[in-house]
Design a binder for this molecule. Structure first.
Ligand code: GN1
Ligand code: MG
Length: 375
């Protein structure tokens, strides 16, 4: 059985890091000091820490990755706007949906800018919560759908134009494809069998890159507030009740298509082998998990238009493809974007998404049937 990742687990940090963190905390809390500092979660982008403060107790501290987000202050402001909206609308009417609180810095801002221009923020820690790398049950799939549906439902009256664009080019598949082509042309490293296989699979689908944008131009889908990165381990579960409790990692909240969120969540949730499988043969898309997710999703959203449902298969396929293109391009340019533990990790990640993509395409009929089913 796969084991959930208690979000407070992780390695201990060196003295230099601890000092940097303690200094950042002084800009948020007076007369309080950290008793315990640990890395938190397994995000590919930001640095996240679990902090136990002497007086205030547990909080979460994050340093926003300025190599990825060109303007981290905009990211912090977006998250502040979205969490304020969620809190204002929630007012106890929706069960099992928690929104974390953002602690203001002493100067009143929702972030702290340090002497090296790094942006830090502090969030409340949701007690007794856990994230999972891989889905373990149909119940978790239903709960994931219910949670993402609540998130969309509560934000459906927030004007997406009020949000900054946190990451220009994010989910822009035509642009990712063009970056890939440049990266491939400039690559002069070793052409392994796996690399050639991945490049061939990516290049065979380049002309599909505009599909969702064309559907948008035809009026089949609209721009709205989306999470942007709702992969399965960005959903918090309560350890006691096993209910989903919160969506985390809101840095990519932005104006976008519903398909980006549904496709990204389903490609990660329904691949029960995870993004880093031990055996590529285990990588496949579990349609039963997809069905349960959609049941949960439909219990939360007021409306789920037919035209949006009709795009679901392509959303799942194209968001899987998009991530394969992104991992592969990053590998070709020398691993500049995603955190890696070794030089080949992004190639292995790309290979996993390509295996998944092929399985999704092989199951098109089944996925389309689930997507169009009324319940
Ligand atoms: C990144 O930060 P994290 O690990 O939740 C990435 C997502 C990818 C994901 C793949 C801002 O998410 O787009 O789908 O890795 N986030 C950003 O694991 O690029
Ligand atoms: Mg993220």
């Amino acid at each position: 059985m796969d084991v959930g990742v208690p979000i407070h687990s992780g390695e201990n940090l060196g003295l230099e890091k601890q000092t940097e963190i303690a200094t950042a905390l002084e800009s948020f809390f007076t007369a309080d000091s950290p008793q315990l500092i640990r890395r938190l979660g397994e995000g590919n982008i930001n640095d996240t820490y679990f902090i136990e403060l002497e007086k205030r107790g547990a909080v979460v501290l994050q340093k926003i990755n300025a190599d990825v987000f060109p303007d981290p202050i905009k990211v912090a402001e977006n998250v502040n706007l979205v969490t304020s909206h969620l809190k204002a609308k929630q007012s106890g009417s929706i069960q099992n949906f928690t929104t974390f609180t953002i602690y203001p810095a002493i100067n009143g801002e929702c972030y702290h800018l340090d002497s090296e221009n790094s942006v830090w923020r502090v969030l409340s820690y949701i007690e007794n919560s856990v994230t999972f790398r891989r889905v373990q049950s149909a119940h978790q799939a239903f709960e994931s759908g219910r949670m993402l549906g609540c998130f969309h439902h509560l934000l459906d009256d927030l004007d997406p134009a009020l949000l900054h664009n946190p990451l220009p080019g994010f989910h822009n598949l035509p642009e990712y494809c063009s970056h890939y082509q440049h990266a491939r042309a400039a690559y002069h490293g070793f052409l392994s069998t796996d690399l050639l296989y991945c490049c061939g699979e990516v290049e065979a689908r380049l002309e599909d890159a505009w599909l969702l944008e064309k559907a948008h131009q035809r009026g089949e889908t609209v721009y709205r507030v989306i999470h942007g990165d709702p992969k399965f381990d960005n959903i918090l579960f309560d350890q006691t009740t096993n209910m989903a409790v919160a969506m985390i990692d809101l840095d990519t909240v932005s104006s976008g298509l519903l398909q980006y969120d549904l496709g990204d969540c389903l490609r990660s949730l329904c691949n029960r082998a995870g993004e880093q499988p031990e055996d590529y043969d285990d990588v496949c898309f579990d349609v039963d998990i997809c069905r349960e997710f959609l049941k949960g999703y439909k219990t939360s959203v007021a409306i789920f238009p037919r035209s949006e449902q009709a795009l679901l298969y392509h959303a799942i396929r194209l968001l899987t493809y998009e991530l394969a293109v992104r991992f592969l391009s990053d590998y070709l340019v020398g691993n500049r974007y995603f955190k890696v533990s070794d030089d080949e990790e992004n190639l292995r990640r790309a290979l996993t998404q390509i295996k998944l993509l092929n399985d999704i395409e092989g199951q098109q009929v089944g996925i389309e049937a689930i997507a169009s089913s009324p319940s």
